[in-house]
Design a protein around this ligand. Structure first.
Ligand code: DGP
Length: 114
C-alpha cells in the first residue's frame, strides 16, 4: 500500500469531498480551508512536486492547469477571480509531497502572500 496521502485519495482508500475528476486529475476540497473556496487539484499519477517535473510531465501539468480553471468555474469563482498556488519545499510550507494546485477564492485575496 502506498504511503502517499494523495495517492491514497486518488485510489479511493481515503475519503475526500471530490468536486471534479477526469482521466488525469482529481480535485477535492482541502480539509483545512483557508478561504471560502479551497480546492486541491491533484494529478492521478504521482509526482512529488515542481522540482520533480520532467518533460514527460508537460501534458500532465497542462491537464492540472486546465482542471484548476474548470474547478474555479464549477465553484462560481471563475469570473470574480481566484488564485492558483503550488507550494514547493520547506520554505513554502509544502506538507504533502504529491504535486497539487491550491485553487483559492470566494473573497478578495491580498498580495503579497505571507
Ligand atoms: P501543502 O501545504 O501545499 O502541501 O498543502 C497540503 C494541503 O493538503 C493542506 O492545505 C491540507 C490538505 N490536506 C492534508 N491532508 C488532507 C486530507 O487528508 N484530506 C484533504 N482533503 N486535504 C488534506
Amino acid at each position: 500500500m502506498t504511503e502517499c496521502l494523495f495517492c491514497r485519495i486518488v485510489q479511493g482508500e481515503i475519503a475526500a469531498d471530490i468536486v471534479y475528476q477526469d482521466e488525469s486529475v482529481i480535485a477535492f476540497r482541502d480539509i483545512q480551508p483557508q478561504v471560502p473556496t479551497h480546492v486541491l487539484v491533484v494529478p492521478r499519477r504521482h509526482v512529488a512536486g515542481y522540482n520533480d517535473l520532467t518533460k514527460d510531465d508537460d501534458a500532465l501539468l497542462g491537464s492540472v492547469g486546465r482542471a484548476a480553471a474548470h474547478v474555479a468555474q464549477l465553484e462560481g469563482i471563475g469570473s470574480s477571480g481566484y488564485r492558483c498556488v503550488v507550494n514547493s519545499g520547506q520554505d513554502a510550507l509544502q506538507s504533502v509531497p504529491h504535486l497539487h494546485v491550491h485553487v483559492l477564492g470566494g473573497r478578495p485575496l491580498s498580495w503579497p502572500p505571507g
